[in-house]
Write a protein that binds this ligand. Structure first.
Ligand SMILES: [Zn+2]
Length: 379
Protein backbone atom coordinates (compact mmCIF):
# COMPACT_ATOMS: atom_id res chain seq x y z
CA UNK A 1 0.00 0.00 0.00
CA UNK A 2 1.20 3.50 -0.78
CA UNK A 3 0.16 6.66 0.99
CA UNK A 4 -0.84 9.61 -1.14
CA UNK A 5 -0.62 12.86 0.64
CA UNK A 6 -3.08 15.34 -0.74
CA UNK A 7 -1.86 18.56 0.71
CA UNK A 8 -2.83 22.01 -0.34
CA UNK A 9 -0.09 24.38 0.53
CA UNK A 10 -1.24 27.96 0.82
CA UNK A 11 2.20 29.35 0.98
CA UNK A 12 5.24 28.72 -1.02
CA UNK A 13 8.71 29.15 0.25
CA UNK A 14 9.01 32.20 -1.99
CA UNK A 15 5.93 33.81 -0.48
CA UNK A 16 7.21 33.07 3.00
CA UNK A 17 10.36 34.86 2.03
CA UNK A 18 8.37 37.90 0.81
CA UNK A 19 6.38 38.04 4.07
CA UNK A 20 9.45 37.90 6.18
CA UNK A 21 10.81 40.74 4.04
CA UNK A 22 7.82 42.89 5.14
CA UNK A 23 5.04 42.93 2.48
CA UNK A 24 1.85 42.54 4.61
CA UNK A 25 -0.60 43.80 1.89
CA UNK A 26 0.62 41.30 -0.63
CA UNK A 27 0.41 38.56 1.99
CA UNK A 28 -3.33 39.32 2.58
CA UNK A 29 -4.14 39.11 -1.15
CA UNK A 30 -2.35 35.80 -1.66
CA UNK A 31 -3.56 33.91 1.37
CA UNK A 32 -5.96 31.82 -0.81
CA UNK A 33 -8.32 29.09 0.41
CA UNK A 34 -8.30 27.79 3.92
CA UNK A 35 -5.43 25.46 4.59
CA UNK A 36 -6.32 21.76 4.64
CA UNK A 37 -4.16 18.80 5.40
CA UNK A 38 -6.17 15.89 4.13
CA UNK A 39 -4.50 12.53 4.03
CA UNK A 40 -6.33 9.56 2.54
CA UNK A 41 -4.74 6.19 2.11
CA UNK A 42 -4.99 4.52 -1.26
CA UNK A 43 -6.26 0.97 -1.29
CA UNK A 44 -5.83 -1.25 -4.29
CA UNK A 45 -6.34 -4.82 -5.37
CA UNK A 46 -3.19 -6.91 -5.70
CA UNK A 47 -2.50 -10.52 -6.61
CA UNK A 48 -5.28 -10.59 -9.18
CA UNK A 49 -5.39 -14.01 -10.85
CA UNK A 50 -7.48 -14.87 -13.87
CA UNK A 51 -8.08 -18.50 -14.80
CA UNK A 52 -9.77 -20.08 -17.76
CA UNK A 53 -12.35 -22.51 -16.36
CA UNK A 54 -14.02 -23.37 -19.68
CA UNK A 55 -14.78 -21.82 -23.05
CA UNK A 56 -17.57 -19.88 -21.32
CA UNK A 57 -16.15 -19.09 -17.89
CA UNK A 58 -13.24 -17.02 -16.58
CA UNK A 59 -12.61 -17.04 -12.85
CA UNK A 60 -10.95 -14.19 -10.98
CA UNK A 61 -9.56 -14.18 -7.49
CA UNK A 62 -7.50 -11.61 -5.60
CA UNK A 63 -6.11 -10.79 -2.22
CA UNK A 64 -8.75 -9.36 0.11
CA UNK A 65 -8.38 -5.66 0.93
CA UNK A 66 -9.41 -5.31 4.62
CA UNK A 67 -10.49 -1.67 4.19
CA UNK A 68 -12.86 -2.46 1.30
CA UNK A 69 -16.64 -2.83 1.55
CA UNK A 70 -16.65 -4.37 -1.90
CA UNK A 71 -15.10 -4.39 -5.34
CA UNK A 72 -15.93 -3.40 -8.88
CA UNK A 73 -14.94 -5.88 -11.58
CA UNK A 74 -14.13 -4.52 -15.01
CA UNK A 75 -12.93 -5.99 -18.26
CA UNK A 76 -11.65 -4.76 -21.58
CA UNK A 77 -11.04 -6.49 -24.90
CA UNK A 78 -7.38 -5.72 -25.80
CA UNK A 79 -7.20 -3.13 -28.52
CA UNK A 80 -10.68 -1.85 -27.69
CA UNK A 81 -9.50 0.63 -25.03
CA UNK A 82 -12.81 0.77 -23.15
CA UNK A 83 -13.35 -0.68 -19.72
CA UNK A 84 -16.70 -2.36 -19.26
CA UNK A 85 -18.14 -2.56 -15.75
CA UNK A 86 -19.12 -6.18 -15.16
CA UNK A 87 -20.30 -6.29 -11.59
CA UNK A 88 -19.91 -5.17 -7.99
CA UNK A 89 -18.81 -7.83 -5.52
CA UNK A 90 -19.27 -7.59 -1.72
CA UNK A 91 -16.20 -7.86 0.51
CA UNK A 92 -15.14 -11.31 1.65
CA UNK A 93 -12.09 -13.03 3.06
CA UNK A 94 -11.36 -14.82 -0.22
CA UNK A 95 -12.89 -12.71 -2.98
CA UNK A 96 -13.70 -14.44 -6.25
CA UNK A 97 -15.71 -13.63 -9.33
CA UNK A 98 -16.88 -15.85 -12.16
CA UNK A 99 -17.33 -14.12 -15.50
CA UNK A 100 -19.81 -16.22 -17.46
CA UNK A 101 -19.22 -15.41 -21.11
CA UNK A 102 -22.19 -15.22 -23.42
CA UNK A 103 -20.29 -17.00 -26.19
CA UNK A 104 -17.90 -19.92 -26.60
CA UNK A 105 -16.11 -18.16 -29.45
CA UNK A 106 -12.44 -17.37 -28.71
CA UNK A 107 -12.29 -14.34 -26.43
CA UNK A 108 -9.37 -12.45 -24.93
CA UNK A 109 -9.85 -10.03 -22.05
CA UNK A 110 -7.94 -7.83 -19.64
CA UNK A 111 -9.59 -7.72 -16.19
CA UNK A 112 -9.25 -5.11 -13.47
CA UNK A 113 -10.71 -5.11 -9.98
CA UNK A 114 -10.97 -1.98 -7.84
CA UNK A 115 -11.55 -1.79 -4.12
CA UNK A 116 -14.46 0.32 -2.84
CA UNK A 117 -13.43 1.84 0.52
CA UNK A 118 -15.69 1.24 3.52
CA UNK A 119 -14.66 4.60 4.95
CA UNK A 120 -14.25 7.10 2.15
CA UNK A 121 -13.04 9.84 4.46
CA UNK A 122 -9.95 7.78 5.20
CA UNK A 123 -9.43 5.64 2.11
CA UNK A 124 -9.53 6.10 -1.61
CA UNK A 125 -9.66 3.31 -4.22
CA UNK A 126 -6.77 3.29 -6.67
CA UNK A 127 -6.06 1.35 -9.86
CA UNK A 128 -4.99 -2.17 -9.00
CA UNK A 129 -3.47 -5.09 -10.87
CA UNK A 130 -4.73 -6.13 -14.25
CA UNK A 131 -4.84 -9.70 -15.55
CA UNK A 132 -4.85 -10.89 -19.15
CA UNK A 133 -6.68 -14.13 -19.96
CA UNK A 134 -8.55 -15.85 -22.76
CA UNK A 135 -11.00 -18.72 -22.87
CA UNK A 136 -8.52 -20.89 -24.80
CA UNK A 137 -6.65 -23.81 -23.22
CA UNK A 138 -3.83 -25.40 -25.14
CA UNK A 139 -2.14 -28.69 -24.34
CA UNK A 140 1.52 -28.17 -25.18
CA UNK A 141 3.80 -31.17 -25.49
CA UNK A 142 7.56 -30.68 -25.72
CA UNK A 143 8.40 -33.99 -27.39
CA UNK A 144 10.35 -36.87 -25.80
CA UNK A 145 12.11 -36.78 -22.39
CA UNK A 146 15.74 -36.69 -21.37
CA UNK A 147 17.61 -39.54 -22.98
CA UNK A 148 14.82 -40.61 -25.33
CA UNK A 149 15.96 -38.72 -28.41
CA UNK A 150 19.14 -38.81 -30.44
CA UNK A 151 22.25 -36.93 -29.38
CA UNK A 152 24.87 -35.42 -31.64
CA UNK A 153 27.96 -33.43 -30.75
CA UNK A 154 29.39 -30.79 -33.05
CA UNK A 155 32.32 -28.55 -32.12
CA UNK A 156 32.02 -29.63 -28.49
CA UNK A 157 28.32 -28.69 -28.29
CA UNK A 158 25.59 -31.28 -27.95
CA UNK A 159 22.23 -31.22 -29.71
CA UNK A 160 19.52 -33.28 -28.11
CA UNK A 161 15.98 -32.91 -29.45
CA UNK A 162 14.34 -33.50 -26.05
CA UNK A 163 16.30 -30.59 -24.53
CA UNK A 164 15.87 -28.23 -27.47
CA UNK A 165 12.09 -28.66 -27.72
CA UNK A 166 11.68 -28.31 -23.95
CA UNK A 167 13.33 -24.89 -24.17
CA UNK A 168 11.05 -23.94 -27.07
CA UNK A 169 7.97 -25.23 -25.25
CA UNK A 170 8.63 -23.29 -22.06
CA UNK A 171 9.08 -20.10 -24.07
CA UNK A 172 5.89 -20.76 -26.09
CA UNK A 173 4.02 -21.21 -22.80
CA UNK A 174 5.34 -17.91 -21.43
CA UNK A 175 4.67 -15.90 -24.60
CA UNK A 176 1.12 -17.26 -24.90
CA UNK A 177 0.41 -16.47 -21.25
CA UNK A 178 2.06 -13.06 -21.04
CA UNK A 179 1.18 -11.59 -24.42
CA UNK A 180 -2.03 -13.35 -25.42
CA UNK A 181 -3.66 -14.69 -22.25
CA UNK A 182 -3.68 -18.27 -23.57
CA UNK A 183 -3.28 -20.92 -20.89
CA UNK A 184 -1.07 -23.95 -21.56
CA UNK A 185 -1.34 -27.33 -19.92
CA UNK A 186 2.17 -28.74 -20.28
CA UNK A 187 2.86 -32.46 -20.68
CA UNK A 188 6.27 -31.74 -19.18
CA UNK A 189 8.16 -28.73 -17.83
CA UNK A 190 11.37 -30.52 -16.87
CA UNK A 191 13.66 -33.01 -18.56
CA UNK A 192 11.39 -35.79 -17.32
CA UNK A 193 7.77 -36.59 -18.06
CA UNK A 194 5.21 -38.05 -15.70
CA UNK A 195 1.61 -38.46 -16.80
CA UNK A 196 -1.11 -40.62 -15.27
CA UNK A 197 1.46 -41.93 -12.77
CA UNK A 198 3.75 -43.17 -15.54
CA UNK A 199 7.24 -41.78 -15.65
CA UNK A 200 9.52 -41.48 -18.68
CA UNK A 201 9.91 -44.89 -20.30
CA UNK A 202 6.96 -46.39 -18.40
CA UNK A 203 4.67 -43.99 -20.19
CA UNK A 204 3.02 -44.61 -23.52
CA UNK A 205 3.33 -41.71 -25.99
CA UNK A 206 -0.42 -41.89 -26.53
CA UNK A 207 -0.85 -40.62 -22.96
CA UNK A 208 0.61 -37.26 -23.97
CA UNK A 209 -2.32 -36.83 -26.33
CA UNK A 210 -4.83 -38.18 -23.81
CA UNK A 211 -3.57 -35.50 -21.42
CA UNK A 212 -5.18 -32.93 -23.74
CA UNK A 213 -8.65 -34.02 -22.60
CA UNK A 214 -10.72 -30.85 -22.14
CA UNK A 215 -8.28 -28.63 -24.06
CA UNK A 216 -9.08 -26.73 -27.23
CA UNK A 217 -5.98 -27.85 -29.09
CA UNK A 218 -3.01 -30.19 -28.71
CA UNK A 219 0.40 -29.12 -30.03
CA UNK A 220 3.46 -31.38 -29.90
CA UNK A 221 6.85 -29.75 -30.50
CA UNK A 222 9.65 -31.61 -32.29
CA UNK A 223 12.59 -31.41 -34.61
CA UNK A 224 12.79 -34.03 -37.31
CA UNK A 225 15.28 -36.72 -38.24
CA UNK A 226 15.88 -39.06 -41.14
CA UNK A 227 16.76 -42.68 -40.92
CA UNK A 228 20.32 -43.84 -41.50
CA UNK A 229 21.23 -43.84 -45.15
CA UNK A 230 18.46 -41.50 -46.29
CA UNK A 231 19.60 -39.83 -49.49
CA UNK A 232 22.69 -42.07 -49.13
CA UNK A 233 24.13 -39.69 -46.52
CA UNK A 234 24.99 -40.61 -42.94
CA UNK A 235 22.05 -40.08 -40.55
CA UNK A 236 23.46 -37.02 -38.79
CA UNK A 237 24.99 -35.40 -41.86
CA UNK A 238 22.05 -35.02 -44.21
CA UNK A 239 22.29 -32.49 -47.06
CA UNK A 240 20.72 -29.07 -46.46
CA UNK A 241 18.04 -29.62 -49.12
CA UNK A 242 16.44 -32.15 -46.75
CA UNK A 243 15.70 -29.43 -44.22
CA UNK A 244 12.08 -28.34 -44.12
CA UNK A 245 9.31 -27.89 -41.57
CA UNK A 246 6.43 -30.35 -41.49
CA UNK A 247 3.16 -30.03 -39.61
CA UNK A 248 1.36 -33.33 -39.09
CA UNK A 249 -2.34 -33.23 -38.19
CA UNK A 250 -4.53 -35.74 -36.44
CA UNK A 251 -7.79 -36.87 -38.02
CA UNK A 252 -9.89 -34.24 -36.23
CA UNK A 253 -7.47 -31.45 -37.12
CA UNK A 254 -7.53 -32.39 -40.83
CA UNK A 255 -11.17 -31.29 -40.97
CA UNK A 256 -10.81 -28.35 -38.58
CA UNK A 257 -10.34 -25.09 -40.45
CA UNK A 258 -8.70 -23.36 -37.47
CA UNK A 259 -6.14 -26.16 -37.00
CA UNK A 260 -5.38 -26.28 -40.73
CA UNK A 261 -5.00 -22.47 -40.89
CA UNK A 262 -2.63 -22.63 -37.91
CA UNK A 263 -0.62 -25.44 -39.53
CA UNK A 264 -0.35 -23.46 -42.78
CA UNK A 265 0.70 -20.31 -40.97
CA UNK A 266 3.29 -21.85 -38.65
CA UNK A 267 4.73 -24.02 -41.44
CA UNK A 268 5.01 -21.13 -43.89
CA UNK A 269 6.71 -18.94 -41.30
CA UNK A 270 9.13 -21.68 -40.24
CA UNK A 271 10.05 -22.45 -43.87
CA UNK A 272 10.71 -18.77 -44.49
CA UNK A 273 12.75 -18.32 -41.30
CA UNK A 274 14.84 -21.48 -41.88
CA UNK A 275 15.68 -20.16 -45.35
CA UNK A 276 16.51 -16.65 -44.11
CA UNK A 277 18.71 -18.11 -41.37
CA UNK A 278 20.66 -20.07 -43.96
CA UNK A 279 19.78 -23.53 -42.67
CA UNK A 280 17.45 -24.50 -45.54
CA UNK A 281 17.88 -24.23 -49.30
CA UNK A 282 14.41 -22.99 -50.12
CA UNK A 283 11.35 -21.66 -48.40
CA UNK A 284 8.72 -23.57 -50.35
CA UNK A 285 5.90 -24.75 -48.13
CA UNK A 286 2.78 -26.60 -49.27
CA UNK A 287 -0.24 -25.30 -47.40
CA UNK A 288 -3.41 -27.43 -47.29
CA UNK A 289 -7.16 -26.95 -47.19
CA UNK A 290 -9.32 -28.46 -44.48
CA UNK A 291 -10.62 -31.82 -45.67
CA UNK A 292 -7.87 -32.15 -48.29
CA UNK A 293 -4.76 -32.80 -46.20
CA UNK A 294 -2.33 -35.16 -47.95
CA UNK A 295 -0.75 -38.32 -46.55
CA UNK A 296 2.95 -38.45 -45.64
CA UNK A 297 5.13 -41.39 -46.67
CA UNK A 298 8.70 -42.00 -45.57
CA UNK A 299 9.93 -42.31 -49.16
CA UNK A 300 9.29 -38.57 -49.47
CA UNK A 301 12.38 -38.06 -47.33
CA UNK A 302 14.43 -39.48 -50.18
CA UNK A 303 12.87 -37.17 -52.72
CA UNK A 304 14.94 -33.97 -53.03
CA UNK A 305 11.92 -32.13 -54.45
CA UNK A 306 9.80 -32.66 -51.33
CA UNK A 307 9.12 -29.28 -49.75
CA UNK A 308 7.80 -28.48 -46.30
CA UNK A 309 4.14 -29.31 -45.95
CA UNK A 310 1.06 -29.85 -43.87
CA UNK A 311 0.21 -33.54 -43.89
CA UNK A 312 -1.37 -36.47 -42.09
CA UNK A 313 -0.05 -39.95 -41.48
CA UNK A 314 -2.35 -42.88 -41.12
CA UNK A 315 -1.45 -46.20 -39.51
CA UNK A 316 -3.25 -49.41 -38.60
CA UNK A 317 -5.02 -47.83 -35.63
CA UNK A 318 -5.92 -44.48 -37.13
CA UNK A 319 -3.40 -41.71 -36.70
CA UNK A 320 0.09 -43.19 -36.99
CA UNK A 321 1.70 -41.09 -34.26
CA UNK A 322 0.66 -42.02 -30.73
CA UNK A 323 0.40 -38.44 -29.48
CA UNK A 324 -2.00 -37.59 -32.29
CA UNK A 325 -3.98 -40.79 -31.76
CA UNK A 326 -4.29 -39.91 -28.06
CA UNK A 327 -5.50 -36.36 -28.63
CA UNK A 328 -7.90 -37.57 -31.30
CA UNK A 329 -9.30 -40.13 -28.84
CA UNK A 330 -10.23 -37.34 -26.40
CA UNK A 331 -11.81 -35.25 -29.14
CA UNK A 332 -9.05 -32.65 -29.41
CA UNK A 333 -7.63 -31.48 -32.75
CA UNK A 334 -3.89 -32.08 -32.56
CA UNK A 335 -0.77 -31.27 -34.49
CA UNK A 336 2.90 -32.09 -34.42
CA UNK A 337 5.21 -29.26 -35.44
CA UNK A 338 8.46 -30.58 -36.89
CA UNK A 339 10.33 -27.28 -37.00
CA UNK A 340 13.31 -28.46 -39.01
CA UNK A 341 15.57 -31.48 -39.50
CA UNK A 342 18.16 -31.73 -36.75
CA UNK A 343 19.97 -34.33 -38.86
CA UNK A 344 21.16 -31.38 -40.95
CA UNK A 345 24.33 -30.10 -39.28
CA UNK A 346 23.71 -26.41 -40.08
CA UNK A 347 20.43 -26.58 -38.13
CA UNK A 348 22.07 -28.20 -35.10
CA UNK A 349 24.89 -25.71 -35.05
CA UNK A 350 22.50 -22.77 -35.03
CA UNK A 351 20.33 -24.40 -32.38
CA UNK A 352 23.40 -24.91 -30.21
CA UNK A 353 24.22 -21.19 -30.31
CA UNK A 354 20.90 -20.49 -28.56
CA UNK A 355 19.62 -18.36 -31.45
CA UNK A 356 17.14 -20.80 -32.97
CA UNK A 357 14.99 -21.82 -29.99
CA UNK A 358 13.58 -18.33 -29.23
CA UNK A 359 12.85 -17.76 -32.93
CA UNK A 360 10.87 -20.99 -33.17
CA UNK A 361 9.06 -20.23 -29.90
CA UNK A 362 8.00 -16.80 -31.14
CA UNK A 363 6.76 -18.21 -34.46
CA UNK A 364 4.82 -21.02 -32.75
CA UNK A 365 3.22 -18.74 -30.17
CA UNK A 366 2.35 -15.96 -32.61
CA UNK A 367 0.82 -18.43 -35.08
CA UNK A 368 -1.26 -20.08 -32.36
CA UNK A 369 -2.52 -16.71 -31.10
CA UNK A 370 -3.24 -15.51 -34.64
CA UNK A 371 -5.31 -18.64 -35.33
CA UNK A 372 -7.67 -17.48 -32.57
CA UNK A 373 -7.64 -13.90 -33.80
CA UNK A 374 -5.89 -12.69 -30.64
CA UNK A 375 -3.78 -9.56 -30.40
CA UNK A 376 -0.53 -9.01 -28.55
CA UNK A 377 -1.65 -7.45 -25.26
CA UNK A 378 1.67 -7.85 -23.45
CA UNK A 379 3.21 -4.88 -21.74
ZN1 LIG B 1 10.73 -35.85 -32.07
Amino acid sequence: MRKARIKIWTMTLALAALLSAGFPALADDMAGPEQTDTERTEIRVTELNASRMSRTEIRLDWRAVPEARGYTVMRMAPGNGKWELLDTVPASLFPVYADKLDTSEPRQYIYRVEALPADESRYVGAAGDTALISNILLCLDPGHYKGSSGVCEDDGLVYEECTFVLGVGLQVRDILRDRYGITCRMTRETKDIELFGHRNGESNVEERGLYADGCDLFVSLHTNANGTGTNKYPEWYQPMYVNKPMVILNTLACDDSLAVALANDVGTRLAHENYVLGIAENETFAAMEAGKVVEWFDWKDDDPSTAGLVCRRTGNRGDYYGVLRGSNAVGVPGLIIEHAYHTVVEMRRLANTGVLGPIYARIDAESIAAAYGFVDAGE
